[in-house]
Design a protein around this ligand. Structure first.
Ligand SMILES: [Mg+2]
Length: 324
């Protein structure tokens, strides 16, 4: 790394995020020195976003910084962990200081909001790529995993589904700025809100959880497989935003909601005995929670309408949407 890259790190990354007492030594040495919380286990995850693959190359730099951290916080949320530390490895094609400053601002704002300290990382030149590793804590034995879903549990999701995939269509088509709804959908793509508070609240009642990064069908599928169960979903209950209903053709709603990735909502299972807690949790954390189905003893993922008639996914393809 050149001297100028050291200077860039010093200027933009040395004090990023929150100050924390458990960081004994942060950015600037060969490694960070961190003091884990006694009695809690460490939840650790890493995610790499490659420009042109995981986000559009022309996405705003502050959004790239936000999203690179947000997708990791979403993984911690799905474990019921409280985020604490992050490391960052940023590869950029040129040392464009304006871009790097905006990236650091997007990353830093979200880190501060969640009380996270950036404790290390590096900056290199090459094709645009961002790797973030995030660490959080959860009391021993209380983490949410993908393994605990049981027959009879309710299947629930936070927020609304399919928005980010539709936002990507609008962004690619240069239609991000049509109106408030289109801007909101593109924001769902570029600036996902990790459901950290919801994940913490669910430690008291959920039997399993996963974050929706690759689409509900795929991510819920991981839970069903890990738990050795099936699920029946009532597709007429899938939560859709008014913006999606406005911009996606009616026949694409189901495919969009089941297959659209990048929403970073949580999908979780709750025993019937705990369902009464969900309204209070939803209002406390300020996130909509919708019950969309029930865990079955087996049978994979079954989609039905409210009248129990089978529902079918259309062919995958998020390019079909109706702007009328
Ligand atoms: Mg995940």
């Amino acid at each position: 790394m050149s001297a100028s890259e050291f200077e860039l790190i010093q200027r933009h990354f040395s004090e990023l995020g929150s100050r924390r007492d458990d960081v004994l030594l942060g950015v600037g040495d060969d490694a960070a020195l961190l003091q884990p919380t006694p009695g809690e286990v460490l939840a650790l995850c890493v995610d790499t976003l490659v420009g042109g693959v995981h986000f559009p190359q022309d996405a705003p730099a502050d959004s790239v910084g936000h999203k690179a951290l947000a997708v990791n916080l979403s993984d911690l949320a799905a474990m019921g962990a409280r985020p604490a530390w992050a490391t960052l490895s940023l590869t950029v094609p040129t040392a464009d200081e304006d871009w790097i400053a905006a990236f650091a601002r997007g990353f830093g704002d979200l880190a501060r909001y969640h009380g996270i300290a950036l404790v290390g990382g590096d900056l290199t030149r090459g094709p645009l790529s961002v790797s973030v590793q995030a660490a959080g804590f959860v009391p021993r034995g209380r983490a949410l995993t993908r393994r605990g879903a049981r027959p009879g549990d309710a299947v629930c999701v936070s927020g609304t589904l399919g928005d980010a995939a539709l936002g990507l269509c609008l962004w690619r088509d240069g239609r991000a700025d049509l109106d408030e709804d289109s801007r909101w959908l593109v924001d769902r793509l570029h600036r996902p809100v990790p459901r950290v508070s919801l994940g913490l609240a669910l430690r008291d009642c959920a039997t399993s959880a996963v974050d929706i990064s690759d689409g509900l069908a795929q991510d819920l599928g991981h839970v069903l497989q890990a738990s050795g169960v099936g699920a029946q979903l009532d597709v007429d209950r899938l939560p859709l935003s008014t913006a999606l209903v406005q911009y996606a053709a009616r026949e694409d709603h189901l495919t969009q909601a089941m297959g659209g990735g990048d929403d970073y909502e949580l999908c979780f299972t709750v025993p019937r005995s705990c369902l009464h807690k969900l309204d209070a949790i939803a209002s406390r954390v300020g996130v909509q929670i919708t019950r969309i189905g029930t865990i079955q003893p087996d049978g994979g993922l079954e989609l039905v309408h409210a009248d129990r008639s089978p529902a079918r996914l259309g062919k995958a393809g998020y390019t079909h949407f109706d702007a009328s």
